[in-house]
Write a protein that binds this ligand. Structure first.
Ligand code: 5GP
Length: 205
């Protein structure tokens, strides 16, 4: 069986990666989601084991010390990590898995697992990124200026990714991500076993 695709979607805060991730996983139900571990407190409506595995800092550190994460990052004073075992389990069953993570984590995954498909979500302008962050209304002025400062540095890291998707319009950007996934599934290198099976089939005549 061919291994599944590991798809990483990333970009600065306010680029809209969360919205696109939600829309893509809804439109492609066969795509499995990775559930991250985080030390941040759950927001209203968030469920443990569904949106995140919410853990204490001590629990997170113990998991990290046991080498249980594929990647980890500190994002705005909270720790996040992708548990490795469920991801490799999904891939070994030929299923595709997608994560939405920060840029540091995305770089770690590319280094460990170069065949992953990494997609950078780019805002159409810095002004729009700022408007989106302000429009959320969830950030304090302090947190907003931290996020805007790191967004500038993060935007400059686009060249570490395989693909760039401009999020000028969420529906169009979602379609672009779906198109990338379809094209990646058709790559010769990802279909060698199936091709060999067909080539080795015995003919009736
Ligand atoms: P939030 O706390 O708003 O859900 O997420 C904050 C940031 O953490 C987002 O940029 C999100 O992409 C990132 N994030 C969520 N889960 C993970 C993870 O497992 N690893 C890394 N590196 N970043 C994550």
């Amino acid at each position: 069986m061919e291994k599944g695709l590991l798809i990483v979607i990333s970009g600065p805060s306010g680029a809209g990666k969360g919205t696109i991730y939600g829309a893509v996983t809804e439109r492609l139900p066969s795509l499995r989601k990775s559930i991250s571990v985080t030390t941040r407190a759950p927001r209203p409506g968030e469920k443990n084991g569904v949106h995140y595995h919410f853990r204490t800092v001590e629990e997170y550190r113990a998991m990290k010390a046991r080498g249980e994460f594929l990647e980890t990052a500190e994002v705005y004073k909270n720790f996040y990590g992708t548990p490795a075992a469920p991801v490799f389990e999904i891939l070994s069953h030929g299923q595709d898995v997608m994560f939405e993570i920060d840029i540091e984590g995305a770089k770690q995954i590319k280094a460990k697992y170069p065949e992953c498909v990494s997609i950078f979500i780019m805002p159409p302008s810095f002004e729009i990124l700022e408007q989106r962050l302000r429009g959320r209304g969830t950030e304090s002025e302090e947190s907003l200026s931290t996020r805007l400062g790191s967004a500038r540095q993060e935007l400059a890291q686009y060249d570490r990714f395989d693909y760039i998707v401009f999020n000028d319009d969420a529906a169009l950007a979602t379609q672009r991500v779906i198109d990338i996934i379809s094209a990646e599934r058709c790559k010769v290198s990802r279909n060698e076993q199936t091709i060999q099976k067909i080539l080795n089939e015995k003919s009736e005549i």
